[in-house]
Design a protein around this ligand. Structure first.
Ligand code: PAN
Ligand code: ZN
Length: 203
C-alpha cells in the first residue's frame, strides 16, 4: 500500500481522520476564541484546560484550475455552554466554489449561512449521507453527538479559505442543545434565553 499521497491515490484512516503523508492541523479551544456565542462559558471552559476541539487533514496535491482537493475533519464531542463543539467555519475565497461533504462516522450538522442574504440552515451530516454546500455559503461543521464526528469535504483546488469575514462577525445562528436535542437558534435569541423555549427543532 502507498504511504504517500499523490494526485491519483491517497489513503486515509477513518478513525483518526489522518491522510497518509499529510500533516494534520489541530484546533484547540484556545484557537476558537470568538467562535462560541457565550463568551463567559468559553472563558470558564478555557480556565479548566485547553482541549482539542477538532483536527483537519487535507490532501491538496493537485492545485490547478479544475482540480479537486479533499479534507478530513474530526470533531470531538463536547459543548461550550449549550453550543456544540464545531469548526471555525469559513467562506471560500472564490465565493462561487461549492463543496461536497460526506459523513463517515458520528452525528453532526452543517451550519450554512448565505453571506448575501444572511439566511441560515442546518443540515444533518450523518454516515452514508452527502451534504451539498452551495457557493456563497459560509459553512461550519458541528458535532451534535457523543462521539467524534468524522467527515470528508471535497472542494475545488482554487476555492481558498477565507476566515476573516467569519472572525469579524461570526455566524448569525448557533446549533445548541435544547431539551436534549440540537436546535438551530439565532445567536441573539440564544444569548437572551440560553435554555430556550423547549425541545430542539432539528432532527
Ligand atoms: C473543510 C474544512 C474543515 C475544517 O475541509 O476546512 O471542516 O473547518 P475550518 O476550515 O472552518 O477550520 C472545508 O470546508 N474545506 O473547504
Ligand atoms: Zn470549505
Amino acid at each position: 500500500m502507498p504511504t504517500e499521497f499523490s494526485h491519483l491515490l491517497s489513503s486515509f484512516d477513518p478513525e483518526t481522520g489522518e491522510i497518509a503523508g499529510a500533516k494534520p492541523q489541530y484546533r484547540r479551544l484556545s484557537d476558537l476564541r470568538g467562535c462560541f456565542a457565550d463568551g463567559a462559558a468559553y472563558d470558564a471552559a478555557l480556565a479548566q484546560g485547553d482541549p482539542l476541539v477538532y483536527s483537519v487533514c487535507a490532501c491538496e496535491a493537485a492545485t490547478g484550475p479544475g482540480d479537486l482537493c479533499y479534507g478530513i475533519g474530526r470533531i470531538m464531542a463536547g459543548r461550550v455552554g449549550r453550543e456544540y463543539y464545531m469548526t471555525k467555519g469559513h467562506l471560500h475565497t472564490w465565493r462561487d466554489a461549492a463543496e461536497l461533504y460526506f459523513g463517515i462516522s458520528g452525528e453532526g450538522m452543517m451550519l450554512l449561512e448565505d453571506h448575501r442574504t444572511g439566511d441560515s440552515r442546518a443540515i444533518a451530516l450523518l454516515p452514508n449521507h452527502a451534504v451539498y454546500v452551495p457557493g456563497h455559503n459560509a459553512h461550519r461543521t458541528v458535532n451534535t453527538g457523543s462521539r467524534p464526528l468524522v467527515y470528508i469535504g471535497v472542494y475545488p483546488a482554487t476555492a481558498g479559505h477565507d476566515y476573516a469575514a467569519i472572525k469579524e462577525r461570526n455566524f448569525r445562528s448557533v446549533v445548541v442543545e435544547q431539551g436534549g436535542r440540537p436546535a438551530l437558534r439565532s445567536r441573539e435569541d440564544y444569548l437572551r434565553d440560553p435554555a430556550g423555549p423547549g425541545p430542539g427543532a432539528l432532527r
